[in-house]
Design a protein around this ligand. Structure first.
Ligand code: BYC
Length: 470
């Protein structure tokens, strides 16, 4: 394995110093990235000391270093998992052939599109979250927000490294574009829908890290199988960091749920809102919103793009090794489809159904998280449950877009949906209420009224550690 270099301008384990042209090109992009970070990154906290984790190698033991850092000084590095000698394509038409170390000409555009789409989500999420530092419910949460933000920045570096190294001038242009698009900007929006949605308060942030970052886990896992080996190696290491982001979301929502239950028991009429909490029905609405937005990120249910990417060996399935058959010629996937305005269950050619196959794995993973939230509710002695809505509910991409379904999956007309929308998705009053709770709590160890404390601190430190020097 190439050794880790941390004293260069760009820390890396890819022997960047051995390719002076590439190194100069990336060092020329670096100030553009820092300008973007200062302009579009977290507002108001750039000069503060934050207790952050920095990736310093890819070893499973000791891959990260924790210390106080000012965010613009964060050491965003390039780290790829070591190359496995003799690795072969694990799926698709080239199954069993040696993997590629260079971009295969015939798949160049498809590969670039996948990498650019992945790369685009990283700065997008930082932009979406840039105001949240003003209203963090605790120093612990504030630090977690910034940890997520700097690591999304590193994931951008991961994709930019691939673009610069393997895509020549096109790659450099794409890297500039990644810094030029803006989340939510109608003239130059980010590529995928959910990354243009406002994440304007902490409940949305926690749902985003639970559901949208989890799409990241599944997409990165599918790309980690890629027969384009540099992409596979970079995605494998990105997954190591991604786990913390989902932890922030899942445990964050779990703490909101716990607090709701505690306040239900304390409030005279059982309404946690009376004591500055967030009630379970409102939590359910935000769950419905962010889950459905995140389902859209898997693309159409039936997709020739997905079939082509699989056939080419560029994008596989989640944990491809678990499957017995890796070419998927002649096999089928049974799924709901829309035919003549009706929902029917049908066999679809497997390669065309691969977005749905990946989404199905994602849904199971989300359900495991919701089950853990429901256990918290039960442990608090409250008789209520949260539910994932149907995968047809509130969809804007794919087969169910333009159709209306209830959260339990009943096909309804547009007028009924419009009349009942506010029961299922956050309405203006819910947004106003949640925003009214968003006041910063920056005293070490203290929490806002609407969220329970975490079970433990970061890196073995106590909950009242000064995670951010305010
Ligand atoms: N919004 O064949 P189709 C993460 C477009 S998250 C807007 O149905 P395909 C992270 C599609 O581009 C993971 N447009 O789907 C999380 C295509 O357009 P063109 C990000 C959409 O291509 C939190 C057309 O519709 N990584 O890492 O099989 C924080 C027809 O497409 C959307 C990736 O996504 C949408 N939701 O699949 C930070 C991996 N969905 O080409 C980070 C790379 C589809 O006809 N991307 N369209 O103009 C992919 O694998 C695929 O592009 C997708 C779409 C799965 C997104």
């Amino acid at each position: 394995m190439t050794s880790v270099v941390t004293d260069e301008k760009i820390p890396n384990n890819v022997n960047l110093g051995g390719d002076k042209r590439l190194q100069r090109a990336l060092e020329a992009w670096q100030p553009h990235f820092i300008d973007w970070w200062k302009q579009m990154g977290p507002i108001g906290w750039q000069e503060r000391d934050i207790y952050l984790r920095t990736a310093v190698s890819v070893e499973s033991e000791g891959w990260a270093h924790f210390d106080y850092v000012k965010m613009p000084d964060y050491r965003w590095g390039i780290f790829l998992e070591p190359k496995q000698d003799g690795r072969t394509h694990g799926f698709g038409d080239n199954y069993g052939q040696p993997v590629w170390d260079e971009v295969p000409g015939e798949f160049r555009n498809m590969l670039r599109r996948l990498i650019v789409t992945q790369g685009d989500t990283e700065p997008a999420s930082v932009e979406q979250q840039r105001d949240l530092g003003a209203t963090a419910p605790s120093l612990y949460d504030l630090r977690n927000l910034f940890q997520v933000n700097v690591e999304e920045g590193r994931h951008l570096w991961a994709m930019v490294y691939i673009l610069f190294t393997y895509f020549g001038r096109d790659g450099r242009e794409e890297a500039e574009e990644l810094l030029a698009r803006r989340s939510g900007d109608p003239d130059k929006p980010r590529i995928l829908g959910a990354f243009n949605e406002p994440t304007s308060h902490w409940l949305s942030f926690l749902m985003f890290t639970m559901f949208t970052d989890r799409d990241g886990k599944y997409q990165l896992s599918a790309l980690a199988e890629s027969g384009f080996d540099p992409l596979a190696r970079t995605c494998r290491f990105m997954l190591t960091e991604e786990a913390h982001h989902m932890f922030v979301g899942e445990t964050g929502v779990q703490r909101v749920v716990k607090r709701a239950c505690e306040l239900m028991k304390q409030a005279p009429d059982g309404d946690p809102r009376a004591l500055g909490g967030i009630d379970l029905p409102t939590i359910q609405k935000y769950l419905n919103l962010w889950y459905s937005l995140s389902l859209d990120l898997f693309g159409g249910e039936v997709s020739s793009n997905a079939a082509d990417a699989f056939a080419a060996g560029l994008k596989g399935r989640y944990k491809e090794d678990r499957y017995d058959e890796h070419k998927l010629v002649g096999s089928h996937f049974a799924m709901d489809v829309l035919e003549g305005g009706k929902v029917v269950h049908k066999d679809i050619a497997m390669r065309n159904a691969l977005n749905e196959v990946l989404r199905t794995e994602y849904v199971k993973d989300c359900q495991r998280g919701v089950d853990r939230w429901n256990k918290t509710i039960k442990d608090e002695g409250i008789a209520a449950e949260l539910h994932l809505p149907s995968n047809k509910f509130h969809r804007q991409i794919g087969m169910w877009a333009g159709q209306c379904f209830t959260p339990s999956g009943e096909h309804i007309d547009g007028n009924t949906f419009a009349a009942r929308r506010g029961e299922w998705l956050p309405n203006a009053a819910d947004e106003a209420y949640i925003k009214s709770l968003m006041h910063p709590v920056y005293e070490p160890g203290k929490m806002a009224s609407w969220i329970a404390p975490p079970a433990k601190g970061i890196n073995g430190l106590p909950g009242d550690f000064v995670y951010v020097r305010v």
